[in-house]
Design a protein around this ligand. Structure first.
Ligand SMILES: Nc1nc2c(ncn2[C@@H]2O[C@H](COP(=O)(O)OP(=O)(O)OP(=O)(O)O)[C@@H](O)[C@H]2O)c(=O)[nH]1
Ligand SMILES: [Mg+2]
Length: 357
């Protein structure tokens, strides 16, 4: 086994067979395996991979249940490899598999640790992007260069190959949240020797793109995390973004409720509104990779409420006391109470609701 090709999938059933066919052709003469990491796609992607794997031992499927996230899926796929070299590529056939042998050769012959496939050097192209999507990609690339100063010409490509021993070294520092695993690896490791391989970005074969606003938000989270030198975890940044939104909701509801209610009940209503929106947004964004669904979501919401009620007691108590003491400056009292609650909520819900470290 020379090469494991890790392919994260979400709703890619109709691309699987074609991708395996193309890998078989492109990697003739190389000992390879394809590891599909599927987040329990509702379209039956995992079943499709397994039906191919049943007669082709080079194909494997890791089916993850109750978790979502591109970076986490790539990390798990790479961790399951025992080949000396691992590659990551998309399943939608936008990544040109015919450059894989060249990347492997560069890795072996030039003594580098990682070969990043790039659309943004001579010989590469991203013309298949539509106008607006192409613009978003170029702007994000420019911001990344300015903010992080990475040497990668295409930090967003998501198509790369690296030595597995170097991956094993860097993996404890990677974040499973987010979309941009290549950027994370390149910036998390010191002295990684990187080469680039131009490729022509193709058009999606079947299925739909997963690119959306949330992907953009996660990207911003990763940038801030990197800017802080790894001090701030992207998860904490998402929690802070949700918290800031919750604060806006809190103050808006408080202002409205004060039309009908006295301060203390109004602050309680505002707290409940912010708590509810925080739970759902955190479940979708901050803890997306461990998103609660169905009954566990209900259970999670109840325990989140229980944790938050203790936070809310201190919140309302502190705010009411400040409101009395500070001669009725409603927003300062509301803000102080909400902040107090927020710290408690983050620590406790990370531990007990979504059960992260
Ligand atoms: N396992 C897993 N794979 C994912 C997830 N989100 C996206 N993917 C896969 O990641 C790859 C890239 O996703 P795309 O939807 O093509 O997104 P993109 O390439 O950034 O955006 P486009 O340029 O619009 O195609 C595909 O193989 C997807 O199936 C996820 O949450 N979990
Ligand atoms: Mg794509």
């Amino acid at each position: 086994m020379e090469l494991s090709v890790v392919i994260p999938t979400f709703k890619e059933r109709d691309n699987v067979a074609e991708l395996v066919r193309r890998l078989d052709k492109a990697l003739a003469g190389i000992g390879w395996e394809a590891i599909f990491v599927d987040d329990n796609s509702p379209d039956g992607t995992a079943a499709e991979v397994k039906s191919i794997a049943a007669s082709d031992p080079r194909v494997r499927c890791i089916r993850r249940v109750g978790r979502r996230g591109l970076a986490g899926a790539c990390i798990e796929g790479m961790l399951s490899s025992s080949a000396p070299v691992v590659a990551v590529m998309d399943a939608d056939l936008q990544h040109d598999e015919t450059v894989l042998p060249k990347m492997l050769k560069t890795l072996k012959d030039e003594g580098v640790d990682l070969v990043a496939a790039t659309r943004y050097v001579a010989g590469g192209s991203a013309d298949s992007f539509g106008e607006s999507r192409g613009m978003i990609s170029r702007v994000a690339t420019a911001i990344t260069h300015r903010v992080l100063g990475t040497s990668l010409s295409d930090p967003m490509s998501g198509f790369f190959m690296m030595r597995r021993d170097r991956f094993d070294e860097v993996v404890p520092r990677l974040s499973p949240a987010g979309f941009k695993i290549l950027l994370d690896i390149a910036t998390a490791s010191d002295g990684l020797r990187i080469a680039e391989q131009p490729f022509v970005f193709g058009t999606r074969h079947a299925g739909e793109s997963k690119f959306n606003v949330q992907v953009g938000l996660e990207f911003i989270g990763l940038l801030i995390a990197k800017l802080s030198g790894g001090f701030l975890d992207p998860r904490f940044i998402f929690f802070a973004i949700v918290g800031a939104l919750g604060l806006v909701i809190h103050l808006g509801v408080l202002k409205g409720a004060l039309l009908w209610l006295a301060f203390t009940p109004a602050q309680s209503v505002a707290t409940f509104a912010a708590m509810t929106s925080n739970f759902f947004l955190n479940n979708e964004l901050t803890y997306r990779d461990r998103r609660l669904k169905g009954w566990s979501m209900l259970w999670g919401f109840l325990s989140f409420c229980a944790i938050c009620s203790i936070g809310a007691l201190t919140n309302v108590g502190l705010a009411a006391w400040l409101f009395a003491a500070e001669r009725e400056v409603w927003w300062a009292a509301g803000l102080a109470g909400a902040l107090m609650g927020a710290f408690w909520n983050y620590a406790m819900s990370s531990l007990f609701v979504w059960r992260t470290r």
